[in-house]
Ligand binder design. Structure first.
Ligand SMILES: C[S@@+](CC[C@H](N)C(=O)[O-])C[C@H]1O[C@@H](n2cnc3c(N)ncnc32)[C@H](O)[C@@H]1O
Length: 174
């Protein structure tokens, strides 16, 4: 679920949704500088959900998805992201959004969707404009391990699923 533009109240200080015409054209901007590695926020108000274009995968299983229930749902994908969702801790109260590189006031926040998503509900043609743009974004399942390794942070379940895929492909080819 996405917070709607009508009666919009930001859910996090220093961050604001930039609403744009079109169903999927809005984004989340920071007013504040963050250092690389700095935690922008601990994730609160999460709920379990089915896989959807708004959900974030939080484990290897098909049922492991959460809804963010905050402005963070407006963080777009980039192939060269500036933040990452780190949901790797067994203690869910430690799940957070972290800067992968310095964020300046006015920067749009982006994360690498395949860092959490194995097989996405809603693939799209990426408009991030980065040099290393991968084109169609469908999830980590469709990406080579070396492509994943370039993106700053990849969730442990995605690395484990990629490892499993690659070793079964290797066995088949022997
Ligand atoms: C959870 S929404 C993110 C917020 C979205 N921009 C909005 O206004 O609702 C995810 C959707 O945004 C769009 N999106 C996100 N990153 C994109 C990108 N780099 N290029 C094109 N579309 C993108 C896609 O339609 C994707 O399914």
């Amino acid at each position: 679920m996405k917070p709607a533009q009508e009666k919009y109240v930001p859910t996090h200080p220093d961050l604001i949704v930039e609403f744009a015409p079109g169903e999927f054209s809005s984004s989340l901007k920071s007013f504040k500088a963050f250092k690389s590695g700095e935690v922008l926020a601990v994730l609160e108000g999460l709920t379990a959900s089915r896989k959807a274009y708004t959900s974030v995968q939080c484990g290897a299983g098909p049922e492991d998805h959460i809804e963010l229930n905050s402005d963070f749902v407006y963080i777009n994908h980039s192939c060269e992201p500036n933040v990452a969702f780190d949901l790797s801790s067994l203690d869910r109260s430690k799940w957070h959004l972290r800067a992968l590189k310095p964020v300046s006031p006015g920067d749009t926040l982006t994360y690498f969707y395949p860092s959490t998503e194995w097989d996405m509900d809603q693939p799209f043609s990426c408009e991030c404009g980065a040099k290393t743009c991968l084109g169609t974004i469908k999830g980590a399942k469709y990406l080579l391990r070396e492509e994943l390794d370039k993106r700053g942070y990849i969730s442990p379940w995605i690395l484990a699923l990629a490892e499993k895929r690659d070793s079964s492909q290797k066995l088949k080819s022997q």
